[in-house]
Design a protein around this ligand. Structure first.
Ligand SMILES: [Zn+2]
Length: 222
């Protein structure tokens, strides 16, 4: 095991917990691609809270366990992670949680609309899609996830389960997980006062362009 990568995946888990976009019991899992390879480091512990470095495993994208111990209950969801890495070579981090508000939408079989500007800015201008239910990590569940997402979309709700976020970096995946939860919370909180109103489509494009302009500016060095 590469200690740096183990530390990195643990740090991501800690940041997800600290960010609060997670259920009370901390259920979920985080993975990072070993740069330039078909291998990932995966949190195989039962909870992201106080996840031990000793419970991190190294896997190949075909699901082969290379190092560490993978309990069957955690192994069942590995496919959900590996599929996201296999489908997009740019994906460097996958985060799965049962963050409470997003999971409420997943349980209600309702997608999250683009009623919070940050969704448009972070690659979800048409909101967060929902993948139909399939037993966790099953071929059916993976097929449903693939059917629900379109290229560039970094998150999907998993019906009757939770949420899956995948992005090129851990930083972005953590941010998107937080934005999805925030949008879900706002959607539910606004329910008693008329419900959320989506941003007009033409203005979502403007929000994306503005975010991209800032991103370009941010990469310039003095
Ligand atoms: Zn789960």
């Amino acid at each position: 095991m590469d200690k740096d990568l183990v530390d990195q995946v643990i740090e991501v888990a800690q940041r997800v917990v600290a960010g609060g976009a997670i259920s009370a019991n901390g259920h979920g899992n985080v993975s990072l691609r070993v740069p330039g390879t078909d291998e990932i480091y995966f949190t195989a512990g039962p909870s992201l809270r106080n996840h031990k470095a000793s419970a991190v495993v190294r896997l190949r994208l075909d699901g082969t366990l290379l190092e560490g111990e993978l309990p069957p209950i955690q192994g069942a969801v590995v496919n959900m992670h590996t599929a996201m890495y296999e489908d997009n070579a740019e994906v460097g981090c996958v985060i799965h949680t049962h963050s409470p508000y997003a999971t409420a939408y997943a349980v209600a079989h309702r997608p999250i609309g683009c009623w919070v500007e940050a969704l448009a800015m972070f690659g979800l201008p048409t909101g967060v899609p929902i993948a139909s239910y399939g037993p966790r990590g099953s071929a059916q569940a993976i097929a449903n996830i693939r059917a629900a997402i379109t290229p560039g979309v970094p998150a999907v709700l998993l019906a009757n389960h939770g949420v899956l976020v995948f992005h090129r970096s851990a930083d972005l995946a953590i941010v998107v997980g937080g934005v999805v939860e925030e949008a879900a919370q706002a959607g539910i909180n606004s329910g008693s006062i008329g419900g959320p109103v989506e941003i007009p489509e033409e203005l979502r494009a403007a929000a994306i362009q503005r975010a991209m302009a800032f991103q370009v500016k941010g990469t310039q060095h003095a």
